[in-house]
Every structure is written in C-alpha cells, then in structure tokens.
Design a protein around this ligand. Structure first.
Ligand code: G3H
Ligand code: 13P
Ligand code: ZN
Length: 310
C-alpha cells in the first residue's frame, strides 16, 4: 500500500526544484476526496492537514482512516499533518496515532517559551520519525475563533528565526510576512514582505523549508458564486496568486489553504439548494461541492508549481 511520507522528504525535492506543496485542511470525506482527486489528476504531492477543530468535528480516528483510504486508492506522495497544535499533548496524540508531521504553534508565547515548547515536541517527534513545523511571529486573522487584529500581527524577525531554528531543531518554520487567516486578509492593496522572506532565507539557509499560513487567495469568481446564491461575503480579499507563485520559487515549500476550500465547497451547496429546493439527498449537493474542491486544488497545484512532481 502507498504509505504516508514525511514533509521532510517532500520539501527536499521542492527546494531543489523550486516549487511549493499545498497543505489542505480536511474536515470530512468529500473535502479529502476532492483534494486527492486533484493531486492524482495533476500528479502532485499533497499535504493533508487536520486542525484541532477538525479533530473535534470529525473525530481524529475518522480522519486518519479516511486518509488511509486515500493512500490505498491513490499513488501520489501524501503527508498527514497536524495544523496549529497548541500544546505538547495534542502533538503527542497525533504522533502516536500515525501522523507523519505535526505543527506546534507556540507563537502566542514569548520567544523563550516558544523555543521550550517547540523543542519538547521536536525531541519527542524525532524519536518516532515524525517531523515538526513551528511558527515564529504572529499572523493577523481568525484562527480557531481567536481573532488577532492587524495591529497585533508581528512579522517574523530574521535574526530570531535563525536562532529559533538552531535552538529547537524544528524541521520547517512558518513565518509571518503579511499573510493572515480567513477571508478578509487585506483592507487595502495586498502586500507581502518579500524582502523579509529573503533575509530569513539568507539566515536560516536556502535549503531550509519555510511555510506560509493564511494563504488562501479568496478568488473573486468563487466568492461571487457564494454571493449570487445568498451569501453576504463583502470585501473579502486574499493573497494574489502571482505572489504565491513567487513565494513558491523562493524557498517557501508549504502553502496552507483552508478558507478557499470552504468557499468553493459552500458556494456549490448554496447554488444547488437555490436551484433545487425540493432535493434533500445529501449526495446530490455534496457531489458538486466535492467537484468544486477538486477544481480549486488543481488551480492551486498549478500556481504552486507542484504539477508532475509526484
Ligand atoms: O488556520 C486555521 C485553519 O483554517 C483551521 O481552521 O481551526 O476552524 O479548523 P479551524
Ligand atoms: P487560510 O485561512 O488563508 O486558508 O489559511 C489556512 C491556514 O493557514 C491553515 O493553517
Ligand atoms: Zn494556519
């Protein structure tokens, strides 16, 4: 059977060939199937990621078994990753359950506490062959119902990033350069701090993998479908695709996408119900939602450059 791979293996090739791998959040079977179908069709490696909220919603065991089914029915490299693990216990639980990668997100703590907690997870994960993503800096936006205002976002300090990586031994680092979680990322023109990204790369090393969270593009055509069929999503703005394509060539190896999946999925369900008010078979409205996820992920794979890299 096709086996889970670690993100470390995926990142090595991505760095050498200058592309990024999409990390897509899964919460149910249809999202997972849409994502994997896209990876299969375009022969792209994939990172499936599970948040604490997803574990609570679906039960972690279901998501693991669904991922196993994806491995059994496909032959592309797939990593299973914990998204935004907030303490040692959740990371340990995922490691023990067979995830190939975990994120310890201690970015809300001060520098020393972030290092201490990250190192604790790294020390445990590495004994089990699991790799660890950490985060330094603070993204604006909404994450697990916690709202960080733009003014409280803290961009990653390149010198601190170098010290952080050296002292923790984390395998990849999520950096804050202007992206943010959710559908409302920019009040004015979208802008990422590429100079900072280059400085971080120069210090941590060009061969070291960096991660971008909060990287949905909030495509206008998909928001329009939602709004045309009853949603009230106004002034939503994401990270332009050309900026993500640029980051993918600059040593960002993992790009996180969740909001766009939600928009694509929900848009089709809204449309279906408006057009078919008498229908009530879940398969009827979940099938187009799943197809929309596939189409969206194919678009991401092309932007990130991971097509034919499986
Ligand atoms: O960054 C957070 C992801 O979008 C996961 O969101 O915690 O609502 O599952 P969630
Ligand atoms: P978006 O809200 O931009 O999709 O970000 C998702 C993310 O960072 C998951 O960790
Ligand atoms: Zn995130």
């Amino acid at each position: 059977m096709n086996k889970l791979v670690t993100t470390k293996e995926l990142f090595k090739k991505a760095l050498a060939e200058k592309y990024a791998i999409g990390a897509f959040n899964i919460n149910n079977m249809e999202l997972l199937q849409g994502i994997v179908a896209a990876g299969e069709e375009l022969r792209s490696p994939l990172i499936l990621q599970v948040s604490a909220g997803a574990r609570k919603y679906a039960n972690s065991k279901y998501l693991i078994k669904l991922s196993e089914a994806a491995l059994e029915t496909s032959n592309i490299p797939i990593a299973l990753h914990l998204d935004h693990g907030e303490d040692f216990e959740i990371c340990k639980s995922c490691i023990d359950d067979g995830f190939s990668s975990v994120m310890i997100d201690a970015s809300k703590f001060d520098f020393e506490e972030n290092i201490r907690l990250t190192k604790e997870v790294v020390d445990y994960a590495h004994t089990k062959g699991v790799v660890v993503e950490a985060e330094l800096g603070k993204l604006a936006g909404i994450e697990d119902a916690v709202v960080v205002e733009n003014a409280n976002a803290i961009y990653t300090d390149p010198e601190k990033a170098k010290e952080f990586v050296d002292r923790t031994g984390c395998d990849s680092l999520a950096v804050a350069i202007g992206t943010s979680h959710g559908a409302y990322k920019f009040k004015t023109e979208p802008k990422l701090d590429f100079e900072r990204l280059i400085k971080i790369k120069e210090l941590v090393g060009w061969e070291y993998p960096l991660v971008l969270h909060g990287s949905s593009s909030v495509p206008a055509d998909i928001v329009k479908i939602c709004n045309d069929f009853g949603a009230t999503i106004a002034d939503a703005k994401g990270v332009p695709e050309d900026m993500l394509a640029q980051a993918s060539k600059m040593g960002v190896t993992k790009i996180n996408v969740d909001t766009d999946l939600r928009l694509a999925f929900t848009g089709q369900i809204r449309k279906f119900f408006m057009e078919n008010p008498a229908e009530f078979d879940p398969r009827k409205y979940l099938a187009p939602a799943r197809d929309a996820v596939k189409e969206l992920v194919m678009r991401k794979i092309k932007v990130f450059g991971s097509e034919n890299k499986a």
